[in-house]
Every structure is written in structure tokens, then in C-alpha cells.
Design a protein around this ligand. Structure first.
Ligand SMILES: [Zn+2]
Length: 154
């Protein structure tokens, strides 16, 4: 089983503290580590496919549309300068979008003098324990993201 399937199982069991909302094609969660404040993910609802192009066009379009709504909600909730959208999958092939709110200076001088994707920033800094939100911070983030999602989806 993959890590993302495990997390989805926790959502279904009501034991995933990062869960925000279920949409038609997937689940919205807050990222475990918040160096990039507002980092959120949109997890495809199952592990039946590992490439966007494997989804039939209707499903693919719906997944992309819902992802863009999650990104818009994150932008409204967390006020970055720019959103970054990434679907990678070499760690876990399960279709999942990383939605990164970006701000100038957020990778310090890494990348090309501070310009580049989040992955220019050292993994140990991205995943540092001190970047984990407190329970209270997490609840606030979830509430803010949910509020914006509900507004955009209604
Ligand atoms: Zn999976």
C-alpha cells in the first residue's frame, strides 16, 4: 500500500488530522510540513491510475478543474504571491497535486539566487519538525481553507 492510500484510509476512518474536504475526484489535505505556508495537497480518490493521461477525458477534466479550485481556495486562504502546481509521483505514484503557495525569499538563496521550484530548497529544511503546524495552527488553516473552498464550490 502507498503512503497516500494509507492517508486516504485514515480520512475514511476519520483519523486523518490534515483532512479538509472531499471533492468528487479527490481529497483536499493540508501538508504535514508548512515551511511554505499554506502548502496543501489534492489526492486523487484512488490508486487505479498513475498518470493523468490514463484518466478518461471527462474524469481528467474534472480532476484538473477541482485541483484548480483547491489552488484558488489556498491562494485566498493563505495569501501567497503565486501558487505553484506540481504533480510528480516518483515517491508515490498515486496521482496527487502539491499546491505550494510561494513568496519571495521562501527558498532563501537556493536555486538561481533564490528563484526556482520548492525542490531547490533542501529536503531536510522542507521536512524539518519545526515546520509542522501545532494542533491549533492546523485547525485554523483547515478552517480557512474549507471556508474558501465552500465559497468557490457553491
Ligand atoms: Zn495510493
Amino acid at each position: 500500500m502507498c503512503l497516500i492510500c494509507d492517508r486516504i484510509e485514515m480520512i475514511k476512518n476519520g483519523t486523518n488530522p490534515y483532512f479538509v474536504k472531499e471533492l468528487e475526484t479527490g481529497y483536499v489535505v493540508i501538508g504535514d510540513n508548512q515551511h511554505f505556508y499554506g502548502y496543501s495537497l489534492f489526492l486523487y480518490k484512488n490508486h487505479d491510475y498513475t498518470e493523468l493521461f490514463q484518466l478518461d477525458m471527462e474524469e481528467r477534466t474534472k480532476f484538473m478543474k477541482e485541483m484548480s479550485i483547491v489552488a484558488e481556495a489556498a491562494s485566498r486562504a493563505f495569501h501567497p504571491e503565486k501558487m505553484n502546481y506540481e504533480l510528480l509521483g516518483m515517491g508515490d505514484a498515486h496521482l496527487h497535486w502539491h499546491l505550494y503557495p510561494r513568496r519571495k525569499g521562501d527558498i532563501e538563496d537556493y536555486g538561481h539566487n533564490g528563484i526556482g521550484p520548492v525542490w531547490c530548497y533542501p529536503m531536510e529544511k522542507i521536512y524539518a519538525d519545526e515546520c509542522r503546524p501545532s494542533t491549533e495552527e492546523l485547525e485554523t488553516m483547515k478552517a480557512n481553507l474549507l471556508k474558501e473552498l465552500d465559497q468557490l464550490l457553491n
